[in-house]
Design a protein around this ligand. Structure first.
Ligand code: PLP
Length: 361
């Protein structure tokens, strides 16, 4: 291990060491231009090349079909909570939301400013511990779209099956599972995610949208929020988040060099299994999320007594395992193990889980 710690932060999150080293080596002079990526014009040929390469690599990694546009936007996932209804309602008055945790709750609240969002299913009464099954979804044929969050980062609930919604376009917030596994993009009308969970620095939000959904907004949104104008200008209506796009591009190259998303999926399954099996081994820890909805990215668990939390965190820190405290509203512990978390870090944490349980169990 050459970095000082293993960082289990949920986001902004750990990035591949080789990517950070490359960015450091290019910080003062990108490719012999004498300037940093942060200092170059977003309309100059050098940045346009970085931008085009990042887009092409993302398309290749996710096998994004030709009839989908990739938009490199700003404003985070939170901006999409309003930008999605703003652009996709197309004159309709409702949209269906599958409510599975903190992030869909926030999204539905914003959608309510633009339409009458309907709850297609909610697991709130069960404490957000699973993703609903297809036959539980109450879908409304007149909905403009069906919305869900593929991985609820706070609760550690991930959906592995893509819901069937007939002719109604499916929209998903994939912020915290983006590029962690292959995904059949053709099943969606739109997917989006902020970069800072699994892809790069904060500041870049990626939207992948089917072309027939562009330009349907009524009334027309403000230009900067209009997907169709952003698509027409190749996300260059204004200055894009240049440095974040460059960093994401380096991560895309890294992903390709590692064997792509099938390889990432295999690694991520192996890493998640290491932690969940250490947690399940004894009755010491409590994992609230049901087996088939357990996130491979954010492993949420509780100690038997909240008073042990500080000691648990301090002991982990001694082993250079940092940022495993749970979300402030939810408590407990959360280990985020995105693509860039090495298996060695997860192995260390699994060993620590066993030792801590033995000592206190
Ligand atoms: C972090 C996160 C968001 C919010 O992202 P911001 O960039 O902070 O707006 C939205 N959805 C999910 C699933 C997230 O994990």
């Amino acid at each position: 291990m050459s970095r000082a710690v293993y960082n289990f932060s949920p986001g902004p999150a750990t990035l591949p060491e080789s990517v950070l080293r490359q960015a450091a080596s290019e910080m003062l002079d990108w490719n012999g231009t004498g300037v940093s990526v942060m200092e170059m014009s977003h309309r100059g040929k050098d940045f346009l090349q970085i931008h085009a390469k990042a887009q092409a690599d993302l398309r290749e990694l996710l096998a994004i079909p030709d009839n989908y546009k990739i938009l490199f936007l700003q404003g985070g996932g939170s901006q999409q909570f309003m930008q999605v209804p703003c652009n996709l309602l197309g004159g309709k008055t409702s949209a269906d939301y599958i409510v599975t945790g903190e992030w869909t709750q926030r999204a539905i609240k914003e959608a309510a400013r633009f339409c009458e969002p309907k709850v297609a299913a909610s697991t709130q009464a069960e404490g957000f511990t699973r993703f609903p099954k297809q036959d539980e979804l109450k879908l409304n044929k007149k909905a403009a779209y069906v919305y869900y969050c593929m991985n609820e980062t706070v609760h550690g609930v991930e959906s592995f099956d893509i819901p069937h919604t007939g002719n109604v376009p499916l929209v998903s917030d994939i912020s915290s599972t983006f590029l962690s596994r292959p995904l059949d993009v053709s099943r969606f009308g739109l997917i989006y995610g902020g970069a800072q969970k699994n892809i790069g620095p904060a500041g870049l939000t990626m939207v992948i949208v089917r072309e027939d959904l562009l330009g349907i907004a009524v009334p027309k949104p403000p230009s900067i929020l209009d997907y169709s104008l952003m698509a027409a200008s190749d996300s260059m209506l204004n200055t894009p988040p240049c440095f974040a796009i460059y960093m994401a591009g380096l991560v895309f190259e890294w992903l390709k060099s590692q064997g792509g998303l099938a390889k990432m999926q295999a690694n991520n399954i192996a890493k998640a299994n290491l932690l969940y099996s250490a947690l399940d081994e004894s009755s010491f820890y409590r994992v609230p999320v049901q087996q088939d909805s357990r996130s491979r990215m954010n492993v949420v668990f509780f100690l038997p007594d909240e008073r042990l939390n500080d000691e648990f965190i301090a002991g982990a820190k001694q082993l250079n395992l940092v940022n495993i405290k749970g979300h402030k509203v939810f408590g407990g512990m959360r280990a985020s193990i995105y693509n860039a978390m090495p298996i060695a870090g997860v192995q260390l944490l699994a060993n620590y889980l066993r030792e801590f349980a033995k000592k206190h169990g």
